[in-house]
Design a protein around this ligand. Sequence first.
Ligand code: GLV
Length: 267
Amino acid sequence: MITILSEADAAITLLSDPLTRRVLSSNSNLRMIANCAVGYNNIDIDAARKLGITVTNTPGVLTEATADLTMALILATTRRLVEGDNEVRHTGRCIWEPLHLLGTSLQGKRLGIIGMGRIGTAVARRAHTFGVEVVGVRSGESLDELLKTSDFISIHVPLTAETRHLIDQAALAKMKRGAYLFNTARGPIVDEDALCDALESGHLAGAGLDVYENEPDVNPRLLKMSNVVLAPHIGSATFETRSAMARIAATDVLRFLRGEKPLHVVT
Ligand code: GLV
């Protein structure tokens, strides 16, 4: 990162680029970072502020795509879609049997949404049309009731010092036996080892994940489980959304270099 940024006045960065204090302070000409993501936990914002580096993100345009992917994970996990796809591919056959690959219905169940911001609210809207009762909490509010009463829990808070391992062993233990966990936010919000314990013991029925605690690595324990659906961080990965994100980042860099105020400043 230090080499790449050594001659830059501004940079468009990805969520996988670690912009630490050391990186940010390595080039005194660096004045602006446009992170091509809504999350910006890869950037030491405190350091950027102190160094007078403007940081922007790409909010709004990925809300619906990420909510769609969340529903895709919820449906794929509860209806065992990946298991079914694997079976058809491996056997080359489709046999209808009364008790084969039974999943869990959404109708009449309760979905707890942790983080009722833009994406959480968009998930709530979708879940509602599937006949799901939705309860939500904002970051920092008491989670207990939501954890104890939800059949499905979906995470939509940003990763901060306060939300790191928000879903730890104690939180997982409060979840209903047979509940499902979904994470399309950031991996480190969940203690992945504790999640594996809860899945292996049968306390949780399944999980749908788009993000991991130590990306790009995925916990090998998860890879062995057939009751989890694992997506490769593709919440915003549609042609429409990624184009819009790139346009926002580029436009804000151009505004900044022209001396205008960027539109999506987070510092
Ligand atoms: C994706 O994870 C994003 O933060 O945009």
